[in-house]
Design a protein around this ligand. Structure first.
Ligand code: ADP
Ligand code: MG
Length: 623
């Protein structure tokens, strides 16, 4: 790293030496002409080269030409020393800026460094260490204590305490055992595990994250687009204005001073530096922000819609009880339900399948799942699976009208359990309800404090959206202090609620888990996906992905968006535009000279970079 700075510092360093030499009184006689000519030509040449290159890359009149013209002016008028000093300041200032920016980029690069470079795999019956790029899907990978997991995959033997903080920001390690998935970049703190490689290289969750962080810089928000448009007509305007000053006063030096001081570097830096710092800050804490556009929208959010199951309530639900409604035993009801739900990603489906496997491990009497030919998703109701044992339905109350099988006993069960805020899934075989599963649906512990923090962040409306029944929804809403509830919504109806809020003028954030709420996530100004660590779809589609499975990052992310917007505005109006206008004013009346102009110019750029860097360590002040 140090050698890079040495190389980059060589040019400004040489210029400085040249300038100092030319200040020695006797130098004039030795060189037989103004010795400042050399550093001026060198610096001017370097700036001309840089400007030519950027202009060739994106053809438009860039700000660099202002400086080139100013240097040309100083050469023509014989002001070599002034020209050399201006060139030195411009190049030296750029170097300082870059060093400051490096701090920001470093925080993102630190993420990269967490990826392991080697893996221990089993080949020809032996464990050997190989470069991680050569690991193939289906290979067995050994992860010892203290090592990082090099691929995404399932544990096939052993158990370990795995720290996922690199991905989720969650500081405590979690126990992982056979059947659990571990992810690239996480750390095995104790124990030894064998992992079957499922995703390698660019497919891993980790690679997704890195791609997103890199692309974040190129996705521009509204403020940045305005600044870009501004920069296009800015340069010609300044040229005309400076020319006007020259003609009016007859002083070419004032013209040159205007060009130097007006150079809009600070303006160009104002937004991207802030966005990069914010994305880096969020990534370290387990929140992926897709780009400047999302970040700016997050700063403006004043209405939030939250999905219920899997978002406000725990991601992992529990089956409390299995209630047979015919002569079929409990075990069979659970087994049929698990057969139908095996392919579904819905939190209730996962709860059913987990409950089945637990019982399978505990008792010998449990029969295996039968094979499934086809599963039909019944939106807002549940699933219908065609199996070896005929059709199996699993779903909520609406299933009764679908099957036209209702009796008082079922209804009483539904009423009683739903009144307690539980989810009841009916299990039917051959059009007949054979039993019910009662699932606990408790609010997350962090939900209440996270939601109350939102009000302090300018959120005026909080709505709970759910495909579930009213009673469960109202119980949760009451406990969390949410005033507005919309229940029994189909996925597209959730999106319509979001759209209706937008029509009322709200900037809407939708928080969901990606199951039955993807249309709403897409419709919202900011789609926020929860528990995204295992879901590439969520990482790809949502504007913001919270890797950890909790809500505490939600207010943090909105606060970060607000702070970023504030910093961008400060950068643009205070450090770029105001300083620029004052500088142009002073230059036109002749108070500022080219060298002073170069100083003012650099100070404004450095202030912008420094101001943005503050976002790196931003934390939401706890009220
Ligand atoms: P939420 O909006 O609260 O997250 P969803 O819209 O995802 O809820 O689901 C609403 C209801 O639909 C669930 O409470 C459940 O009763 C039923 N349901 C959805 N998917 C399934 C499934 N795979 N199996 C059984 N029931 C389901
Ligand atoms: Mg949901």
């Amino acid at each position: 790293m140090a050698s890079v700075w040495l190389r980059k510092g060589a040019l400004p360093g040489t210029l400085l030496v040249g300038i100092l030499v030319s200040l020695i009184p006797s130098a004039q006689e030795v060189f037989r002409q103004d010795p400042a000519l050399f550093p001026m030509l060198l610096g001017g040449g370097a700036i001309l080269y840089q400007t030519l290159r950027t202009t060739l890359e994106s053809p438009r009149v860039g700000a660099g030409w202002l400086v080139v013209l100013a240097l040309l002016g100083s050469a023509m008028t014989g002001e070599y020393l002034a020209g050399a000093i201006v060139a030195f300041m411009m190049l030296g200032g750029e170097l300082l800026e870059e060093m400051a920016l490096e701090r920001t980029r470093d925080s993102i690069r630190q993420l990269l460094r967490r990826t392991p470079t080697t893996a221990t795999v089993q080949r020809d019956g032996m464990w050997i260490e190989v470069p991680v790029e050569t690991v193939r899907k289906g290979e067995r990978v050994l992860v010892r204590e203290g090592e990082q997991v090099p691929i995404d995959g399932q544990i096939i033997s052993g158990r370990a305490a795995v720290n996922e903080s690199a991905l989720t920001g969650e500081p405590l390690p979690g126990d992982k055992e056979v059947g659990d998935t571990v992810y690239t970049g996480t750390l095995n703190e104790s124990g030894t595990i064998e992992v079957l490689a499922e995703k390698v290289g660019a497919e891993t969750t980790w690679s997704h994250i890195l791609r997103v962080v890199h692309q974040a810089q190129s996705r521009k928000g509204a403020t940045q687009r305005v600044a870009d448009r501004f920069a296009v007509w800015f340069t010609p305007t300044i040229l005309l204005f400076g020319g006007g000053v020259w003609i009016a006063t007859g002083e070419i030096e004032r013209f040159m001073t205007v060009l130097v001081v007006a150079c809009p570097c600070a303006l160009v830096l104002a937004t991207p530096t802030a966005v990069v710092a914010a994305v880096g800050n969020a990534a370290r804490r387990g929140a992926l922000i897709k780009g400047g556009d999302t970040l700016e929208a997050a700063g403006r959010v004043d209405a939030i819609c939250l999905d219920k199951t899997g978002t406000l309530t725990k991601g992992e639900l529990d089956v409390l009880a299995v209630r047979p409604l015919t002569s079929l035993p409990e075990e069979e009801v659970l087994r049929l339900a698990a057969t139908a739900e095996i392919r579904s990603t819905h939190p209730v489906a996962r709860a059913v399948v987990t409950a089945y496997y637990r019982r399978l491990a505990d008792s010998f009497g449990m029969k295996p799942l039968s094979s499934v030919e086809h599963v039909e998703n019944m939106l807002g109701i549940g699933v219908c699976a065609s199996t070896e044992e005929g059709k199996i339905w699993v779903g909520n109350r609406r299933l009764l009208t679908e099957l036209a099988d209702d009796n008082e006993e079922i209804k009483r069960l539904l009423d009683e359990e739903e009144a307690l805020g539980r989810i009841v899934l009916l299990v039917a075989q051959e059009e007949k309800v054979v039993g019910a599963l009662v699932i606990a649906d408790a609010a997350r512990e962090s939900a209440s404090t996270s939601l109350s923090a939102l009000c302090g962040l300018g959120v005026r409306r909080i709505l709970l959206l759910t495909g579930d029944h009213e009673r469960g929804a109202h119980l949760i809403a009451e406990r969390l202090g949410i005033a507005e509830v919309r229940a029994r919504l189909l996925p597209h109806e959730k999106a319509e609620v979001v759209a209706a809020l937008q029509r009322e003028g709200y900037t809407v954030a939708m928080v969901g888990d990606g199951v039955n709420d993807a249309p709403a996530l897409a419709q919202a100004d900011v789609g926020i996906a929860m528990g995204a660590i295992g879901s590439d779809v969520a990482i790809e589609t949502a504007g913001i992905a919270l890797m950890g499975d909790n809500l505490t990052l939600l207010p943090e992310v909105l606060a970060l968006g607000k702070r970023t917007l504030k910093v961008i505005r400060q950068n643009i109006w205070v450090f770029a535009v105001s300083m620029n206008l004052v500088g142009i004013g002073l230059a036109s009346v002749g108070v500022l000279h080219p060298i002073g102009a170069a100083v003012v110019h650099n100070i404004s750029s450095l202030l912008v970079v420094g101001n943005s860097a503050r976002i790196l360590s931003f934390r939401r002040p706890s009220a």
